[in-house]
Design a protein around this ligand. Structure first.
Ligand code: ADP
Ligand code: MG
Length: 236
């Protein structure tokens, strides 16, 4: 069974000036353990798609199954716990809380699961060790480099042991060497722990590491062939 399954999903933005159709009865199946890039130029709908898979936004029509559960009909009251259980998010600009230490940032999602503080901090430190930041656990984000901040964000995404991590342009604010390190880390988490990764990206470096690449074309989602993937990754 697919881990993520979109069926006939449509999403438009309507304004007085225009209607922009982002997805038009799009279909997509992504298996468990995938390391999949959603690629396309700015404005093509990558974030919209990721936000719907992560239940931050709802489609106008169609169904989205995550591990067999239809999240499009899930009541609002259940969406937060669904996200907390199943999905970790990583963003381009890290989205760390500046007044919290690295450990406190990583521990934050566990607060909403009513995990006691001592246990939250223990789990957060374990995740920081996993991403290679054990020595920086007590630092504020302002005292960390961009690459280190993104590692903290990845540790936070992992803290509730999600099946899926959605990463929206995770390398866009990183220099090339740091971007490579961050992708290698995500690849290790994918291979060793089986976490499913979906990236929204137009970074050829991310595309070159992806197992599959999906593109958005006139509202449809299409897997690239291996030669198209090579071409898309050829500008690294
Ligand atoms: P990408 O992440 O690939 O850059 P987005 O998903 O952010 O693309 O946007 C896709 C299209 O939808 C764009 O044309 C954008 O202008 C439009 N769009 C995105 N979010 C909104 C919104 N909240 N209101 C109106 N239009 C939006
Ligand atoms: Mg985007």
């Amino acid at each position: 069974m697919a881990c993520i399954s979109l069926s006939e999903v449509s999403r438009s933005y309507v304004s007085e000036a225009a209607t922009s159709i982002v997805l038009d009865k799009a279909n997509l199946d992504i298996p468990k353990g995938a390391f999949t890039a959603i690629c396309g130029p700015s404005g093509s709908g990558k974030s919209t798609l990721l936000n719907m898979i992560g239940a931050l936004d709802r489609p106008d029509s169609g169904t989205i199954l995550i591990d067999g559960m239809d999240i499009t009909t899930l009541p609002d009251s259940m969406l937060a716990s669904f996200r907390n259980e199943k999905i970790g998010f990583v963003f381009q600009s890290f989205h760390l809380l500046p007044v919290l230490t690295a450990t406190e940032n990583v521990a934050w999602p566990l607060y909403f699961k009513a995990v006691p503080r001592r246990e939250r901090m223990r789990i957060a430190q374990q995740k920081l060790t996993l991403v290679g930041l054990a020595e920086h656990a007590n630092k504020m984000p302002g005292h960390l480099s961009g690459g280190q901040r993104q590692r903290v964000a990845i540790a936070r995404a992992l803290v509730c042991e999600p099946a899926i991590i959605l990463a929206d342009e995770p390398t866009a604010n990183l220099d090339r060497n740091t971007a490579k390190d961050v992708i290698n880390l995500m690849q290790t988490l994918n291979q060793e722990y089986g976490v499913t990764f979906i990236f929204a990206t137009h970074d050829p470096l991310v595309i070159s590491h992806a197992k599959q690449v999906v593109t958005l074309n006139e509202g449809k989602l299409i897997f690239l062939s291996s030669s198209e993937m090579k071409e898309a990754a050829s500008h690294v």
